[in-house]
Design a protein around this ligand. Structure first.
Ligand SMILES: [Fe+2]
Ligand SMILES: [Fe+2]
Length: 470
C-alpha cells in the first residue's frame, strides 16, 4: 500500500519526501503553476468559496473530500492508483513480461511524447473555459465548471510528475513548456487542434465535456494499459475524476433537450428561439461540429506511430485485457474507411495499423449512448431524433480531409456542400443566438431559461445549495 502524505506542500502518495531532489524540482515548478492558474485559469469568481471535490486518497473506501474552498487554495496533488503486484504486459511484442517500473531507453522518446501530448490538453481546456464563470446558468453549473477546471489542473500535475520523475532534464523542460504554450496562441499554441478552439458559451462547454473530454477518456484508457506502470497507474486514477466531466456534458446537453421540449410543448412550436430556448436543429449543428472536431483527435485511420506504440507496449486498446484475441494484431485484419475517386469506400488493413480507427470506433459507440438517452426524451414528445454525423463529415484529419461528406454519409460535390453547410454546422447567427442566452445566474437554485434544472445536486446536497458563495 502506498501511503498518502496529505499535509505535504504537494499532497502525494508517491513518497515525494523520500526523494529530495525530485521534491525540490516539483516545489520549484509549483509557483509557476500557481502563476499560470492566476493568469489563465478562471477569470471571474476566482476567489469565491466553491464546493469542490478534492482527491485525497486512491483507495476503495473513498478517495475524495467535499468542502468549500477558494480555488487558489485547492490542494493539487499527485496520486497514482495502487500498484498491482506482479503486473505483466498485456499486449505487443513484450506481452507476458513484467511491467516496467522505469522507462526503457529504447522507448524513452515515444513515451515522453505521449505524456507531453496528453499533458498539454489538460491546461489547454482550462484556458479555453476561463471566461465561462461570468455567464454560468446557475451556481450548480458554475461549481461543476470549476470542478472540471481544478481537476484538469491536477491532471497536468499528474503528467508533470511523470516528466520530472522519469525523464530528467528533458522532462523538466517539457513541464515548463506546458505552461508556456497557450490555447489559441498564434506563436505558441497548444499541440492539438481542438484545444485551440474557443469554448465561447455554455452549450459549447457541455458539448466539449461530452465529446472532447470523452476523447480524453479513451486516450487515458488506452494509456492505462501501458507497460510503463507509473503511467498506467496515473491514468487509472485520472479516469476516476474524468467520469464526472463526462457527466457534466451528458447531463448538461440532456437538460437543454429537456428545456427545449418543455418550451416546444408550452408554445406549440418547433421554434423556441423567441422564448429564450435552443432549437433542436441548432443542437444538432453543435453536435455535428463538436463530434467531428473530436473525431479528428484520434488521428488518421491507419498509423505507423500507433502500431509502433502498440507493438512496444506503451499504448494499448480500450479495455485491452477484455478482448479475446492474440493482443499482437499482426495477422488480424479489419476494414477502414477510404476516400477514393470521390467515393467513400473501404480497404482492408492489419488491425495493428488501424488502432486509431479502432479507438475511434469505441469512442463513437460510447458517444451514441448519450444520444440514445436524449432521443428517448425526444421520442416521448414525438420530436425528431438527434444523430451523430457520419465519420467522414467535416473531418480535417485522415482520409476524409479536404473531402465533402454529408452528415448522412454521402459523398457530395462542393456545390452541394456550400448550399447546405449552414444547415449542418453552426452559423454566426446560431452562435449569436446562443450567446444572447448567456447570462450569469448567481442565486442559489435559480437556472437560466434555456436549460432545465439538474435532477439532483452534487454529493447529496440540494439543488439550491450555495455551491459557490457569491
Ligand atoms: Fe483531464
Ligand atoms: Fe476532463
Amino acid at each position: 500500500m502506498s501511503t498518502v502524505d496529505i499535509d505535504a506542500k504537494i499532497p502525494n502518495n508517491v513518497d515525494l519526501a523520500g526523494d529530495r531532489r525530485l521534491q525540490r524540482a516539483l516545489e520549484a515548478w509549483q509557483p509557476k503553476f500557481v502563476r499560470w492558474w492566476e493568469d489563465l485559469g478562471p477569470s471571474a469568481f476566482k476567489r469565491n468559496e466553491v464546493y469542490l471535490r478534492t482527491a485525497i486518497d486512491v483507495g476503495r473506501d473513498g478517495w475524495a473530500n467535499f468542502d468549500h474552498v477558494e480555488m487558489p487554495d485547492y490542494r493539487w496533488g499527485i496520486f497514482l492508483a495502487e500498484q498491482e503486484p506482479d503486473r505483466t504486459i498485456a499486449f505487443g511484442d513484450h506481452k507476458g513480461e513484467a511491467a516496467w517500473q522505469e522507462v526503457p531507453g529504447e522507448y524513452r522518446s515515444d513515451l515522453q511524447r505521449l505524456i507531453v501530448v496528453q499533458g498539454d490538453t489538460e491546461p489547454a481546456s482550462v484556458e479555453q473555459q476561463r471566461h465561462l464563470s461570468l455567464t454560468a446558468p446557475s451556481l450548480y453549473d458554475m461549481r461543476n465548471l470549476f470542478q472540471v477546471n481544478v481537476e484538469e489542473g491536477r491532471h497536468l500535475w499528474a503528467m508533470v510528475y511523470l516528466l520530472h520523475r522519469y525523464f530528467g532534464r528533458d522532462g523538466r523542460e517539457e513541464a515548463d513548456e506546458m505552461l508556456e504554450r497557450h490555447s489559441g496562441d498564434d506563436d505558441n499554441p497548444r499541440i492539438l487542434g481542438a484545444f485551440n478552439e474557443e469554448t465561447p458559451d455554455w452549450l459549447s462547454f457541455f458539448m466539449f465535456t461530452y465529446f472532447t473530454d470523452r476523447d480524453g477518456k479513451y486516450q487515458l484508457a488506452s494509456l492505462r494499459e501501458s507497460a510503463f506502470d507509473p503511467l498506467s497507474r496515473t491514468c487509472d486514477f485520472m479516469l476516476k475524476e474524468e467520469a464526472h466531466h463526462m457527466f457534466v456534458g451528458a447531463s448538461g446537453v440532456g437538460r437543454v433537450v429537456q428545456r427545449t421540449l418543455e418550451l416546444m410543448l408550452e408554445h406549440d412550436t418547433d421554434d423556441v428561439h423567441p422564448y429564450g430556448g435552443i432549437n433542436l436543429d441548432l443542437l444538432q449543428k453543435y453536435i455535428n461540429f463538436h463530434f467531428s472536431v473530436s473525431a479528428d483527435l484520434f488521428g488518421a485511420e491507419t498509423s505507423t506511430n500507433a502500431a509502433n506504440y502498440y507493438a512496444a507496449g506503451i499504448k494499448g486498446r480500450f479495455q485491452e485485457e477484455k478482448r479475446d484475441d492474440d493482443h499482437q494484431l499482426k495477422t488480424a485484419y479489419r476494414n477502414v474507411p477510404l476516400w477514393e475517386d470521390g467515393q467513400i469506400g473501404e480497404r482492408e488493413v492489419t488491425q495493428l495499423s488501424a488502432l486509431n480507427e479502432t479507438l475511434r470506433d469505441d469512442y463513437i459507440e460510447d458517444c451514441q449512448k448519450g444520444l440514445d438517452r436524449w432521443n428517448r426524451m425526444l421520442a416521448d414528445a414525438g420530436a425528431n431524433e438527434l444523430r451523430l454525423p457520419h465519420t467522414g463529415f467535416h473531418r480535417d484529419v485522415g482520409t476524409f480531409r479536404d473531402t465533402h461528406v454529408s452528415p448522412d454519409g454521402r459523398a457530395i460535390s462542393e456545390d452541394e456542400w456550400n448550399a447546405n453547410v449552414d444547415a449542418w454546422l453552426p452559423t454566426a447567427d446560431d452562435r449569436s443566438h446562443v450567446q444572447s442566452l448567456q447570462v450569469g445566474v448567481n442565486e442559489p437554485g435559480k437556472m437560466a431559461g434555456w436549460l432545465a434544472p439538474p435532477s439532483r445536486g452534487i454529493h447529496q446536497k440540494p439543488i439550491d445549495y450555495d455551491y459557490v458563495k457569491v
